[in-house]
Design a protein around this ligand. Structure first.
Ligand SMILES: Cc1ncc(COP(=O)(O)O)c(C=O)c1O
Length: 581
């Protein structure tokens, strides 16, 4: 009986047929113009960087998807992996599939890196000075674009992720900077004399400037306090203003996170929205005229309709009536240019809250920008380590902001990741990011309208909203629609009432009244991001059409908790899964 083959046997056998190329030759010699460079490593391996111009196609998807990337079989192809074994096996498969000019990179990515040859990602993709990152480069940064998920009866299919309004995936350069920090620079900040602590402190300190730049802030009179998410940043703002006399005015379009923290601290009023979901500025002015208002708390962009209130007018109105302005930038941070402006400008923004997990960074870090003096005059948000300059038996002298509000060790790596993600967005250019969103949103809104049998919420003009489309397929529940999109189309959207119950109640009721039907319990939300393209929007439209035509193939069963008072605060308590017949 012959011995079973080992990995070494398989690789040796493949190498008998496959030609290798040395890293030096690939770098210096051959023209890369026509060549396709295939990176066959797993997604997580690419976090440390990739070769410039490489297409990421994990080994497991090679046979299935190679044609999408290498249309002609006589195209020169170089395959690489971590150390050169998997790429030899992959190249051998390509030869068998009829690709005639395939080579495998000897020693793989590891040898390339050891030789100090250029890589992108990992330590950070930075375009050359004066050049912006192109959309192909941007898309290549996201391992998630190669992710497949199971679909009913069809094995697996490439995922279309359209849940960016909930959280965004991090690009490999951001993950690279994050893991590099955790692996090689991890140390607590401020209190250390040792080298690593000083390095970590340096990295942490430079994040203030990067975040400030992203929102147009200066850090003399303004400052930035780090939090764990947007909700906590808003809560910190509510804490800062809690003892001031006056009311807080929120709006009917706010996420619960920009409503409940204010309610907890005192009386609030709400500015109305129109049936289209836009902020009624006349009503806001009425509230400001008729009450002593200390703060207007408004979103820069709704997580439901994407509606972007006119922040300049809101700020001017608020300041004219002696109120401060807090902007919830959870959605807007990664989607549109933001400028808080100088504190002397009548249209400036006083406080701004945001978080990394909706701006292409890992979970766990957020921030509040605000006036240094105001943030420094109130008691610490959480008194504790790092907040005081001197503690005696009976008292404590607290540091000014931001340290005053950083009780305990902050999420140092999270802050590094958040700053790196904002730098990534800046490298693309926020005007370009916005244009990309408008283009895809226009396609999505037009497509949904043209389908018919769809109820869309919010204004029809993509220029008036962030890249979010919320809709119902008439006569089909949001739950079922989202389930079919996921289980049959591999499309990730969100459904329910999006932690914005007041706004959703109003939008759903207004539409049902206009159309004369029942009020739906929720809606479906598709939200685009940096790595979506037209084909993603088209897949969404195709599967919404199937739902409209009642052409789903599975039998769907409700899973999860029954909606009850106990769970009423959550955004969605149920989901659906398909079962095969
Ligand atoms: C508009 C808006 N504000 C606030 C939040 C809360 O953000 P976080 O999860 O970062 O606390 C969200 C989250 O979806 C949001 O969309």
């Amino acid at each position: 009986m012959t011995q079973p083959w080992t990995l070494e046997d398989l690789v040796k056998d493949a190498r008998g047929r496959v030609t290798e190329i040395a890293a030096e030759e690939l770098h210096h010699g051959t023209s890369r113009q026509e060549m396709v460079l295939l990176d066959v490593r797993e997604a997580e391996e690419t976090a440390g960087g990739t070769l410039e111009g490489a297409v990421h196609l994990p080994r497991g998807l090679l046979e299935l998807r190679v044609q999408e990337h290498v249309a002609r079989r006589d195209t020169p192809v170089v395959v690489y992996c971590g150390g050169g074994n998997r790429s030899a096996l992959a190249a051998d498969v390509l030869l068998k599939m009829g690709y005639t000019r395939v080579r495998s990179l000897a020693g793989g990515f590891e040898r390339w890196r050891r030789l100090g040859l250029p890589i992108t990602g990992g330590a950070g993709v930075r375009p050359p000075p004066g050049k912006k990152l192109g959309w192909d480069e941007v898309r290549r940064e996201f391992a998630i674009v190669a992710r497949c998920v199971p679909v009913l009866g069809e094995g697996e299919r490439a995922l279309v992720y359209m849940d960016h309004a909930a959280s965004t995936h991090a690009p490999s350069s951001v993950l690279g900077a994050y893991t590099e920090f955790v692996a090689r620079e991890y140390a607590n900040i401020h209190r250390g004399t040792h080298h690593l602590s000083r390095k970590a402190t340096e990295r942490f300190e430079e994040c203030y400037g990067i975040i400030a730049r992203h929102v147009g802030a200066e850090l003399q009179r303004g400052t930035i306090c780090f939090t764990s998410n947007t909700t906590q940043a808003i809560d910190l703002c509510a804490h800062v203003l809690a003892e001031r006399p006056g009311l807080v005015v929120t709006t009917e379009m706010e996420h619960h996170s920009n409503e409940l923290p204010h309610r907890r601290r005192g009386p609030t009023l709400r500015a109305r929205v129109t049936d289209e979901g836009e902020l009624d500025l006349g009503h806001l002015e009425e509230l400001l005229r008729g009450n002593r208002v200390k703060l207007v708390a408004v979103t820069a962009g709704s997580n439901v309709t994407g509606v972007m209130p006119d922040l300049r007018r809101v700020a001017r109105l608020a300041h004219e009536h002696g109120a401060l302005v807090l902007v919830d930038a959870a959605q807007a941070l990664a989607r549109m240019p933001i400028d808080v402006r100088d504190l002397d400008d009548p249209e400036h923004i006083d406080f701004l809250a945001g978080a990394g997990h909706k701006a292409y960074a890992p979970f766990g870090a957020g921030f509040l920008y605000g006036p240094r003096a105001l943030l420094s005059e109130v008691p610490p948000y959480i008194p504790g380590g790092g907040t005081a300059s001197r503690v005696t038996a009976s008292g404590a002298e607290y540091l000014p902001a931001p340290d005053r509000h950083h009780g305990g060790t902050p999420n140092i790596a999270g802050v590094v990741g958040m700053a790196r993600a904002l730098a990534f967005l800046q490298a693309i250019g926020m005007e370009e990011v916005r244009e990309h969103e408008v283009r895809l949103t226009e396609r999505m809104l037009r497509g949904l309208r043209e389908l018919g049998g769809i109820t869309l919420y919010g204004p029809p003009d993509a220029h008036k909203r962030l890249g979010v489309a919320t809709f119902n397929v008439d006569g089909v529940s949001d739950l079922l629609t989202a389930a079919v999109l996921s289980e049959e189309g591999a499309i990730a959207v969100r459904n329910g009432r999006f932690c914005s119950h007041l706004y959703m109640d109003k939008l759903l009721a207004a539409r049902a009244k206009a159309a004369g039907g029942e009020v739906p319990t929720g809606a479906v939300r598709a939200s685009v991001g940096l790595y979506n393209d037209e084909s993603d929007v088209d897949r969404l439209l195709e599967y919404v059409r199937r739902v409209r035509d009642r052409q789903w193939r599975g039998r769907y069963q409700v899973k999860g908790d029954v909606v009850s008072a106990e769970f009423a605060g959550r955004c969605a308590d149920q989901w659906m899964e398909a079962t095969k017949d």
